[in-house]
Design a protein around this ligand. Sequence first.
Ligand code: FAD
Length: 417
Amino acid sequence: MPDVIILLFNRDLRVTDHPALQQACQDARQVVPLFVIDPAIPPRGRAGFLIECLDDLRASLRERGADLVVRRGNVVAETMRIAAETGATAIYTSGDVSALARKREGRFRRENIEFRTFPGITIVPPAQLKPVTGDHYKVFTPYFRAWSEIRWRSIAETPDTIAMPEVRPGDIPRPRRRPHLPGGEREVRRRLDLWLRHCLRDYAAGHDDLAGDHTSRLSPYLRFGCVSPLELATRSGASEEFVRQLCWRDFYAQVALAFPGLPREDYRPGRREWRHDKEAEDAWREGMTGVPIVDAGMRQLAAEGWMHNRARMIVASFLTKTLGIDWRVGADHFEELLLDADVPNNYGNWQWVAGTGNDTRPNRVLNPVRQAKRFDKDGEYIRRYVPELANIPTTMLHEPWRAPSPILGYTAPIWRG
Ligand code: FAD
């Protein structure tokens, strides 16, 4: 039995259903729970949320007799330094899919230490399902079918106690700004219980209702791994519609693993030419396009660091299909502001909407007027986020050409009919 194993946290900031942590506790006499803040990867709008997640994780580890060791610097170099200091002979971590994460895993494998990755970031590990031809599923429906038919791993046990060698814990930095949402595993467990008890039953019928806000809003917690997606799927198993959404997350993870260029290159190349229009881009970012449903979505993003999925689809379709602006412009803005932004989901969904990704109908355009009439029938969502339209009658709210619009002259005729 090795004396010491390092458990390297990344975006799995929890102690429940954490296979790498469970295995480290079984395999070694002592475990060093470690998180390295890499200054080369700015957490953008997510810094405050991340810090609260780390505070909460430290508290959970302290309850179990250990601590969270925090260092700042290059992840591989700092981890190897801790290994030298504690005599650790192995590093365990949750396997991840982005190009950056894989490069880091490659570097660890070249070090003179045992390095093992474990499941936990997704429900089904991204390399586990393969189609008959090709190295990954390019289309969601057959993936969902295969995903629904296999057996999932069992939930990992949460360790009661964790023995740890003497190591200086290190400070967690203080946030400059409070996050839009409180971070951490304890917070998400409270939210999860409420969601399962009171809201899940409305999900299938209501998840597209913009004003109703019937989705779980758990995405930032899934992004940082404060909750295990497997636990979430297992506990909400009665709602196929909800579990299906979680499957989308697994789907994009296996796309990102197979196609590391996802954040920058067209997944299906040669589909489109993009326009440069600084004025239109700025109007879109600021929620000042004059198209009420688009502006409402963009302002929700700025105000909350989160946007309803239906609104994300509408604003992304508007930018790429209606304005003809490159999906990278939109995805990078989302990446900057969303609490839940991660490479597979953000760039995978953007490419899907732009028609360069996994959509089997790449030319579909979401007409924002029809979308608003259907998913914000009474204009409540628009009024909530665009206060200057609060007193406009609903019929007028849905008609963009009657509202003031800096870029209206360009956009209105496209869907007027
Ligand atoms: P719920 O409806 O409660 O769904 C539960 C969980 O399922 C979500 O938390 C999420 O983890 C997963 N999920 C739901 N829909 C999708 C989907 N289409 N793709 C992948 N996973 C999904 N989601 C992110 O987590 N990060 C992103 O950066 C992101 N960027 C997006 C960009 C665009 C242009 C679009 C159209 C969608 C994007 N999504 C992203 C997917 C989706 O909008 C969010 O996951 C969802 O709105 C989060 O809210 P929720 O937790 O209430 O979702």
